[in-house]
Design a protein around this ligand. Sequence first.
Ligand code: NAP
Length: 281
Amino acid sequence: MEKVILDGRLVAKNITERLIDRVKDLKSNGVTPCLATILVGDDPSSETYVKMKGNACERIGINSLRIHLPKETQTEDLLKVIEELNQDNSVHGILLQHPVPSHIDERKAFESIDIEKDVDGVTSTGFGQTAFGFGKFPSCTPAAIMEIINFYKLPVKGKHAVVVGRSPILGKPVSALLLNENATVTTCHSYTTNLPEMLMQADIVVAAVGKPNFIKGEWIKKGAVVLDAGYNKGNIGDVDYEGCFEKAGAITPVPGGVGPVTISMLLKHTVDAAESTIKYS
Ligand code: NAP
């Protein structure tokens, strides 16, 4: 099999191109999709992510409402802001940038997002729907991973997928999505005692660890599909790309892999959310 570099920029372009006409249609019906982003505090990486998301909205004609709250913001203040956005009919998607400062109850804040506007699948209802297989808005990075798999027509049914990481926004939902597509899924975490052995059995590897260059080439089975969701300082993924490249049958680079598709999925979910307001009002 020829080795494939899974080009996230190409997948993202394909998704956003299809959105442009849908945005035009919505506008001609008097609706401009709007994504509200909430950033609490001044973490430079989070600031960059939020800026990238806002800019991506503007590139396809979607409004972005950027709310930047001071790091001293309390949970109750944040809940009030989210409630206002829930009530605002001109806002179709709400994204609370993770992580928020540690004194804030992040789970409570996520849970307060209206399910119809939960375009990043952060509520427990959204997660539950994803797990049951009928969710409208799975978390964007897991959704991006599935988009890459679908774009390149990579086989999933009956394959053994090993996901490294079990966070609520990434490891757990991507495990659920792969399971829904009939993969046999193993989800690993920091208490997994035999990670290299697990990975050696994997036809599909999803790296969602948050540790630069963590997944080594010698842990990968020849021909495996390697999807690196990691994004660490200095544009470094969770996969040791050089080491894994030789063994993998298909691999996402960092940057230019999962990241750009994640942003496109956020745009897609916001457009989907805006369209449902027309259909059901
Ligand atoms: P997270 O909440 O910190 O979760 C990391 C997971 O990795 C945890 O489940 C943890 O296990 C597990 N882990 C840590 N050390 C491990 C080890 N030695 N062996 C096996 N598992 C281990 O991180 P996250 O938010 O899911 O993000 C993961 C990565 O994805 C980060 O690099 C982040 O920047 C990136 N990310 C990228 C995008 C994108 O758009 N591309 C979006 C979101 C996140 P425990 O549960 O046992 O602690």
